[in-house]
Design a protein around this ligand. Structure first.
Ligand code: TGC
Ligand code: FAD
Length: 384
């Protein structure tokens, strides 16, 4: 029995899903893992991997047409899982591109926007970012201050966005702004006068990922850059559902990396005359990791089935994002401890994953916000 897949979900993957998993796993083992620890330490996103990610054909994986492969939701899940086995920053890059940039263009864009952007985004010839969060508080996007004023056939955008993944490397920003008619989405190219991205430095988490602040100072875009079918806060929130779904799977990858590292280390570490893993309390801790990872995998798997059959409720995604990220964080912290002092360097993955998962628990809705979304679903009362 595999500790990483104790209840044997893998053998039930479809042929296409298995192929996708093998392809991404090979990329992670051969290309990503050799560079990730150095990139994390240096605080740089390994942008040399971008063309290879584009060539893998995994961006916008669930979208059909416009150069996108139209894979199942479970395939998107295994992509996220494999990438986050390397680092949450790598999965973040793909989450943002696929779920937060390509998805809104596919779901709410005009034919011209789809044809103009999706093929390039799918091949990573263009990079996107998603600007929803603002400095005054990300949990409540309804308090958004960034606004867009219509002037004839153009819109003038003013405001700022905070904590934006891929911000300074993006060719295109999907910007959500308040208008006289409610919240709308705009495609803002990076070279528009008045648009500026500035990286956030000194991060202790997601160091192998670009996180930026965006500033919009009288940025003018044509009406053709507005997403015509995005109306109200529901539009950006529906993008979050796509990304949160991917994170519920991605967390499995981080947890797997930590569990296998602890197991391998414990096999060769001799203490008190026996391998560490021959000790009862250590076995209980490893068994606990396997238990929580297995349950999280079954949850992600079920979520995929519901999504692929059009029955998924956003509150179910909240439950899974909350559960699976918490699961991965607890495994990462415990695995770090099982490595003793060796666990504090970048040679081993658990502490790097734990630090990353602190962000993953905050972004795409904090753990508390997801608890409250589930609370609202079971009580009918909005207690945000
Ligand atoms: P509320 O009144 O609840 O809803 C307004 C309308 O939207 C609908 N809706 C959703 N639709 C699809 N998916 C969802 N997840 C949805 N949530 C709500 C809802 O049905 C309603 O529709 P209608 O037809 O009735 O108008 O809105 P609210 O303002 O009360 O929302 C409350 C709350 C707290 C749930 C929401 O504001 C929220 O989710 N806050 C958290 C914000 C957040 O997650 N931000 C993430 C920013 S992006 C990011 O972090 C990227 S990290 C990327 C990476 O690097 O991987
Ligand atoms: P706040 O909303 O200020 O929350 C602070 C604390 O208050 C949290 O503990 C929260 O749970 C708690 N809280 C909030 N409301 C309630 C309540 N009603 N009841 C009880 N407790 C509550 N955003 C984007 O738009 N695009 C991106 O690409 C993006 N990438 C990110 C990358 C990173 C590395 C990080 C860290 C964040 C990113 N974010 C992005 C922003 C992220 O979505 C926000 O950080 C998150 O939504 C929380 O918002 P906040 O940081 O302003 O915290």
């Amino acid at each position: 029995m595999s500790p990483e897949d104790f209840c044997a979900v893998g053998p039930d993957l479809g042929e296409e899903e298995r192929l996708v998993q093998q392809t991404v796993a090979r990329f992670v083992d051969e290309r990503a893992l050799p560079v990730i620890p150095e990139a994390f330490e240096a605080g740089r996103f390994p942008s040399e991997l971008i063309p290879e990610i584009g060539a893998l054909g995994i961006l916008g994986s669930s979208i059909r047409g416009h150069g996108c492969p139209g894979l199942s939701s479970i395939a998107y899940g295994v992509i996220c899982e494999e990438l986050e086995r390397a680092d949450s920053g790598l999965r973040s890059f793909v989450s943002v591109q696929s779920s937060l940039v390509m998805y809104p263009i596919a779901a709410f864009g005009s034919d011209e926007q789809k044809e103009g952007w999706l093929p390039r985004l799918a091949r990573a010839q263009a990079i996107g970012c998603f600007g929803l969060t603002e400095p005054q508080g990300g949990s409540d996007p309804s308090a958004m201050q960034t606004h867009a004023q219509r002037k004839g056939d153009e819109w003038v955008l003013n405001g700022s966005k905070m904590w934006i993944t891929n911000g300074s490397i993006a060719d295109l920003a999907v910007i959500w702004a308040r208008t006289d008619e409610g919240v709308r989405g705009f495609l803002v190219e990076k070279d528009r006068p008045g648009f500026r991205a500035q990286d956030i430095k000194h991060k202790l988490s997601l160091r192998a990922s670009v996180t930026s602040a965006l500033f919009l100072d009288h940025v003018t875009v044509p009406e053709a850059n507005r997403l015509p079918d995005a109306s109200g806060l529901k539009a950006p929130l529906s993008c979050l559902t796509q990304a949160r779904y991917g994170i519920a799977w991605g967390a499995l990858g981080a947890a797997r990396s930590c569990l296998t590292t602890a197991l391998e280390y414990g096999r060769t570490r001799e203490l008190f005359g026996r391998p560490l893993i021959a000790t009862q309390t250590i076995q209980r801790r490893l068994a606990e990791m396997v238990r929580s990872l297995t349950l999280a995998r079954l949850l992600a798997w079920r979520l995929g089935q519901l999504k692929d059959t059009g029955r998924l409720d956003p509150a179910q995604v909240s439950l899974a994002k909350w559960n699976n990220v918490r699961m991965a964080l607890e495994i990462a912290r415990d695995a770090r401890d099982l490595l003793g002092g060796a666990g504090i360097t970048t040679e081993f993955s658990p502490l790097r994953h734990a630090l990353n998962l602190e962000s993953v628990m905050t972004y795409e809705g904090t753990e508390t916000i997801h608890e409250l979304i589930v609370g609202k679903a079971v009580t009918g009362i909005d207690a945000f």
